[in-house]
Design a protein around this ligand. Structure first.
Ligand SMILES: Cc1cc2nc3c(=O)[nH]c(=O)nc-3n(C[C@H](O)[C@H](O)[C@H](O)COP(=O)(O)OP(=O)(O)OC[C@H]3O[C@@H](n4cnc5c(N)ncnc54)[C@H](O)[C@@H]3O)c2cc1C
Length: 389
């Protein structure tokens, strides 16, 4: 957080090393993302490969993983990096989250030694791009019902089906694909050059436009057994990857909210109506005060979960749900309220606020919708499963 928004001095809870990581990522966001991102957003195009190489040089890809060229950063350092990236744009943070926490994590956690050697060093360097295909056109919140099938044919596997809304898919070199076989759900590291694999860019998005999103078709995709992630058994494997990525969102969403609030605060102290700064009106101050409370609480929550993760070596799924539900929901409220403070300018791409607000609509939906996280928390509280009949 930056003064004057850090009213509670939460920054004093960070170590010097953590602040250094934050400064590094903030600088790269200022130099490489902020000057261009409004234009990428407007055009609906983003230079994924260039950015990945840049992020790879700084150790931001798979930064919380160890070995295979990964930086081995702490949970809080990783969280702070996500916060600074998303303060620039949620789409760019998504690129890093999907690469590191979904595609790389799946291979790192569930892959064979050969798969790790084959993919991870290149992915950490940003030379290879990965994606993670779980969602399907007809199965989003309920991946257990997935239609994509994996069937044995001699020593090979053959994949058939389709995946929808897959970040980085149109540019990926490797797709981690989850498919149902007779024995249960398996994961596969699929080279995107495999015959029968295709990915088309999803156009006309009104949110997360500075991110490449694709629809994958799998048409008799034949793979050797060595492409199957040997340690992944059942749906808990992809769900554990989502828990990883959600941790980054808990921090990132607060970055987007902070950028909105900084913009609104600067605007409120310079924009005059009725011969005085609009920040001098009590109604504007009430908005600024309430948003600052939520931003500080969300930052504290992210930091608490980061410290728990470092100390306990992991977070329980319902703890991650508390963070994702609260911080994304509050971030989107902050973005929308900031937009009102900017008046007509609030809808302009000249300011980042509407872009953040629109992006956060995707962040609210992906990695488990708000409703799904409410159900996870509700089940923990009551012991009753409301997901299914
Ligand atoms: C920009 C973007 C990028 C994405 N990237 C990826 C990616 O890289 N990889 C990937 O696998 N997926 C990705 N997704 C997909 C995302 O995870 C899904 O969109 C999300 O899980 C919701 O699924 P759905 O869209 O099918 O909605 P649905 O599951 O159809 O949900 C529609 C509505 O019904 C509600 N609902 C569903 N079930 C229940 C219930 N039991 N009780 C109450 N309400 C319920 C939901 O909360 C929601 O409000 C991405 C999505 C977007 C928009």
């Amino acid at each position: 957080m930056t003064a004057p928004l850090d009213l509670l001095d939460v920054d004093t809870l960070l170590s010097d090393e953590e602040r250094d990581v934050r400064e590094l990522v903030r600088r790269v966001a200022d130099d490489k993302i902020r000057p261009h991102v409004a234009d990428w957003y407007e055009r609906g195009e983003v230079p994924v490969r260039e950015l990945a190489l840049e992020f790879g040089k700084l150790g931001l890809l798979g930064m919380h993983l160890t070995g295979y060229g990964c930086a081995g950063a702490s949970a809080v350092q990783y969280g702070l990096a996500c916060m600074e990236l998303e303060a620039a744009d949620s789409g760019v943070r998504s690129l890093v989250s999907v690469q590191g926490s979904l595609a790389m994590y799946a291979i790192w956690k569930y892959g064979s030694e050969e798969q790790k050697q084959q993919w991870l060093p290149g992915m950490a360097a940003g030379e290879l791009i990965g994606c993670f295909g779980l969602t399907e056109p007809d199965h989003g919140s309920d991946p257990a019902n997935m239609s994509t099938r994996a069937r044995r044919d001699g020593d090979d596997w053959v994949l058939d089906g389709g995946k929808m809304w897959i970040t980085n898919a149109p540019v990926a070199d490797v797709a981690v694909i989850w498919a149902r076989a007779e024995e249960g759900v398996f994961g596969f590291a699929v080279p995107t050059t495999t015959p029968g694999f295709s990915a088309r860019e999803i156009k006309h998005k009104m949110s997360l436009r500075a991110s490449s999103t694709g629809e994958i078709t799998l048409d008799d995709v034949r793979l050797p057994d060595s492409a199957r992630l040997p340690e992944a058994r059942g749906l808990k494997a992809p769900l554990s990857c989502l828990t990883e990525a959600r941790f980054g969102i808990i921090w990132g969403s607060m970055g987007a909210a902070r950028d909105c609030l900084e913009t609104a605060l600067a605007y409120a102290t310079t924009r005059e109506q009725f011969d005085r700064a609009i920040g001098g009106f009590q109604l504007t101050q009430a908005k600024l005060a309430d948003m600052t409370l939520e931003l500080q609480k969300g930052y504290l929550l992210a930091l608490h979960l980061g410290r728990r993760r470092e100390a306990a070596g992991g977070l329980r799924p319902e703890q991650v749900s508390v963070g994702k539900l609260n911080n994304v929901r509050e971030a989107i409220k902050i973005a929308r309220t900031c937009r009102t403070i900017l008046g007509g300018n609030g809808i302009s791409g000249e300011y980042p606020v509407m872009r953040h607000a629109n992006n956060l609509e995707s962040v609210l939906t992906y990695e488990g919708t708000s409703e799904i996280h409410q159900l996870v928390i509700g089940q923990k509280l009551t012991g009753l499963n409301a997901f299914a009949s």
